[in-house]
Ligand binder design. Sequence first.
Ligand code: GRF
Length: 218
Amino acid sequence: MSAPRLRTAILISGRGSNMASLIAAAKSPDFPAEIVLVLSNRPDAPGLASAKAQGFATAAVDHKIYAGREAFDASLQAMLEAHRIDFICLAGFMRLLTAGFTQAWQGRMINIHPALMPSYKGLHTHERALADGVKIHGCTVHYVVPDMDAGPIIAQAAVPVLDDDTPETLGARVLAQEHVIYPLALKLAASGLLHINGQRVLGAAPQALPALIVPHPH
Ligand code: GRF
């Protein structure tokens, strides 16, 4: 008999395009994670309405009604326990979590960040990459630790930066790759094959890939 699928919650704050990519991947019965809850800190998040319309259990834990981060995280924790959640995917979840909450879920909570970590932590990553003149930008899926946009890296995708890029065009190129690596990273993490060694995540199948060189030498 195959291992039970991890009961997974997706936490969002906005449109939920990464949520949609995770939902699509987890539709396959042999995917090692099952999406059982979509939760948002914003009751009006478009992604929440979309998940609900597709028949997923949804919950809103509105950060505005809590006195502070501890109380908000306690309510989040209660909701996750009520749904017997094993694993969390942060997908555009725009709230900083307390160290206590993060530590309680260490190794069982992952996030997607629209930059090649450890570069460009925080917001406005595409603007900052363009301003710095980097030729290669990208996205990262990582285990969540108390520090923001840090933690052991599971997967990254790199894209070229083009001469006529704007933050919007560059962001769209990165987002398309987010939708590829987030389901891949969830699959790897939920399969139980990865192990964390300091900042390194080991155990994914070895791959031989060509280098991304920008501008291309030919
Ligand atoms: C993505 O760019 C993600 O990397 C970042 O927030 C954005 C969320 O977009 N953390 P969406 O809601 O998944 O479409």
